[in-house]
Design a protein around this ligand. Structure first.
Ligand code: ADP
Ligand code: MG
Length: 696
């Protein structure tokens, strides 16, 4: 199986080199795992009244009932009417019309094959394959013709689909009997899977749809199974390898806060998640938990309560946020929550003045400071804790692995890590990307939250939108107007923003209206000042680029206008919308767009107007963009899947995960004889594809 392709009959050094360069195929094993991406099914026959425009290739039995040459601008085309007893279609030739006309026979039964399109309101096959039925019956062909992925260069150099197909045939002849089973008998039995050998054969040479489906199922399951096995095993190893502090009591800090400072009842989801965290903190193994929850679901309070548990066990904690604005907001809201307690909190960012910084260092080191909130600044080596036991990291995708691991060096043992993210990740994707982390989900919003009413308006409706904004402002509300900022055309974006700002200034003139503006080109102090004016309600309108995307909390702002909304991705739209709806008032999101919209853009905007549920939105996002563009997938293996599809094969994925968990629960090191095959395969995969970088 490790034989280089060059030794294969029909390959040779030239083709072998091409295959390596173009498709990365080196060995027999590579080639056998190079799967067709579709099949031309010649087992099915269609009737002329069964056709759809979305049929790909079809074959039909019938007779030619008339032949016409139709003059057109240049030359002519040949049109033949092809009929069966249910109706007729047209066969069309643009090239070689004259010659073909002489060959076509009336009143003779043909098998016609080709791609159906609709032309002049009729089903049409252009340049069909046409074969006399008598010949068709005699000819030897594969029922389902595999179609392999290819490249332009391969096509040009003559390595056609046919050539590949021939090579595959030779490959199977040469390797007969050498294909080893790679799943345990137990699993094969339980799921009624076909053997590896049969699966590989049928993925290349299926006789019919059923054989193909069985082969696909088996191979997809296997692919997911070994990924899940790696992830789950990594999680288990992590737990056995990385010890951390045991927080075995809940004490005064927690209880006092819960009784006196918590003004609301936790949602059931918050309670469940808190319990999961408490359990983790008490095992002696390092917690590595991802806390997912939509904007406004109340992650902060969960984080704070977890920190109080650390305090109760005589440990310090840190909360790290990606931006200064967000860190300051956390600092303010947590300080407010902790009012009238003796818990000491400090804020450390790049902007912290030397004197304050000195005090922070001192109190951190002598243990007086309980909670340090800040930005990357916390990760600097000179920031030393007396005894840190828990680090909470907000918005995880903005932090690299290396940065997170820096927290590990701040105490004798690595502190527990809780990562919070407001970007909902579809469950199946999370399983594959973060399968080695423990995941908690807050899937419930606090009661009484009103859904944000979302509408889509075209630029020509601008006047009525502005009228609406004025009505809201009269009621005392504040408004965000956001412009897209897309790196490649920063200059253009900036111009859009400034043009927008000017036109808004005209429509909302001073002194009745005051406007703040915040964008990426401003100095941090200027930005902070503008934010401040908005927070203090000195301005009613905040014109901004997406710098406000992350986390600002201004409950009085109740309208979010997103300009050129068609240029934003779904998750970004959802994040932006989450800036409003934070107070008691009904909030609104207005998506402005031009009239010309792509199908994808339409679906994005429609999805936004239909749901406020971040997880549903993430599902649509995954379907639209595929996993490659979603957060966190870049470093994972979901992009290298050979046959399984993380969007379409979710049921198989769940099944594979169940089986992987089950296998490792019974036999963590795969030492049982019945797991021998799994063990061997697993370590082989680990050795050849080290795709699983450290995520946590
Ligand atoms: P996010 O998950 O976006 O970080 P926050 O933690 O900022 O959400 O919470 C949003 C708002 O909801 C805050 O004002 C918070 O005090 C409030 N909140 C959180 N949990 C509850 C609850 N169980 N009941 C009522 N209000 C809550
Ligand atoms: Mg938050």
């Amino acid at each position: 199986m490790h034989t280089p392709i060059t030794y294969l009959k029909g390959a040779g050094p030239t083709r072998a080199t091409l295959l390596k360069k173009e498709l990365g195929l080196k060995t027999y094993a590579d080639l056998i795992h190079f799967f067709p991406f579709r099949y031309i099914d010649r087992t099915l026959f269609f009737k002329t009244n069964e056709l759809h425009t979305n049929n790909s290739e079809v074959q039909i039995i019938g007779q030619i009932t008339s032949i016409n040459t139709v003059k057109q601008k240049r030359g002519s085309r040949l049109v033949a009417k092809f009929s069966d007893e249910f109706g007729n279609i047209e066969l069309v030739w643009f090239q070689g019309a004259k010659w073909i006309a002489t060959k076509l026979k009336l009143k003779t039964t043909y098998v016609v094959f080709g791609k159906v399109t609709v032309f002049n309101g009729k089903f049409t096959i252009t340049h069909p394959e046409l074969e006399l039925q008598s010949e068709y019956n005699k000819s030897l062909r594969t029922a389902m013709q595999p179609v392999y992925p290819s490249t332009e260069i391969l096509g040009k150099k003559g390595v056609s689909n046919r050539v590949l197909f021939k090579m595959m045939q030779n490959l199977f002849l040469e390797t007969k009997g050498k294909i080893k089973e790679t799943l345990s008998l137990e699993i094969i039995d339980k799921l009624n899977l076909v053997s590896k050998k049969e699966a590989l054969f049928n993925i290349h040479f299926p006789k019919n749809q059923e054989d193909l489906s069985k082969a696909q199922f088996r191979l997809k399951f296997e692919e997911f199974f070994y990924i899940q096995l790696q992830l789950i095993r990594k999680n288990m190893l992590h737990k056995s390898k990385f010890k951390s502090f045991k927080f075995n009591k809940v004490g005064t800090y927690f209880n006092y806060f819960y009784k006196n400072n918590l003004t609301f009842e936790l949602t059931n989801a918050q309670k469940r998640v808190l319990k999961e965290i408490r359990n983790d903190l008490n095992t002696g193994a390092q917690m590595n938990r991802l806390l997912q929850g939509d904007v406004g679901s109340g992650k902060t309070i969960v984080a704070l309560l977890s920190m109080l548990i650390a305090l109760d066990n005589n440990f310090q904690t840190a909360l790290i946020a990606p931006t200064t604005i967000l860190a300051s907001q956390h600092y303010e809201s947590i300080s407010a929550l902790l009012l009238n307690t003796n818990i000491k909190v400090a804020l450390l960012t790049g902007a912290t003045k030397t004197k304050a910084r000195r005090l922070i260092h001192e109190t951190l080191e002598n243990g007086e400071l309980h909670i340090l909130i800040g930005t990357h600044a916390i990760l600097q080596d000179k920031v030393q804790f007396k005894n840190i036991g828990l680090a909470v990291i907000d918005e995880q995708h903005r932090f690299g692995v290396a940065q997170r691991s820096k927290m590990w060096l701040k105490n004798k043992l690595p502190p527990h890590i809780l990562v919070m993210t407001a970007t909902p990740i579809p469950r199946t994707l999370a399983m594959s990307v973060y399968g080695d982390l423990d995941i908690s989900v807050i899937d419930e919003l606090p009661p009484g939250r009103k859904d944000i009413k979302t509408v889509h308006r075209y630029d020509k409706n601008r006047l009525s939108v502005f009228k609406f904004l004025k009505d809201e402002i009269v009621k005392g509300r504040q408004v965000y107007i956001v412009y897209p900022l897309i790196q490649e055309s920063e200059v253009m974006d900036y111009k859009d923003l400034m043009d927008g700002y000017e036109s808004i200034s005209r429509d909302f003139p001073r002194p009745d209206y005051q406007i703040s503006i915040v964008h990426g080109k401003m100095k941090p102090e200027a930005k902070a000042l503008e934010m401040e004016r908005f927070v203090k309600r000195k301005t009613q309108i905040m014109v901004a680029t997406t710098v406000i995307e992350v986390g600002v909390n201004i409950p009085n702002a109740s309208v979010m206008v997103i300009e050129s909304a068609e240029r934003f991705g779904l998750s970004q739209l959802h994040q932006l919308r989450g800036r409003v709806g934070r107070g008691g008032e009904q909030s609104y999101c207005i998506l402005m767009s031009s009239f010309k919209l792509s199908a994808d853009a339409k679906l994005r905007l429609k999805t936004m107007t239909q749901t406020n549920d971040g997880f549903k939105i993430a599902e649509v996002d995954l379907q639209l963009r595929g996993p490659g563009n979603l957060m966190g997938t870049q470093q994972s293996g979901v992009l290298n899947l050979k046959i399984a599809n993380i969007v379409k094969d979710t049921e198989i994925l769940k099944l594979a995960r169940e089986f992987a968990i089950d296998t490792l629960k019974k036999d963590a090191n795969l030492n049982l004889t019945e797991n021998n095959i799994i063990k061997n395969t697993f370590f082989k995969i680990m050795k050849t594809q080290g795709v699983w970088s450290n995520i946590s």
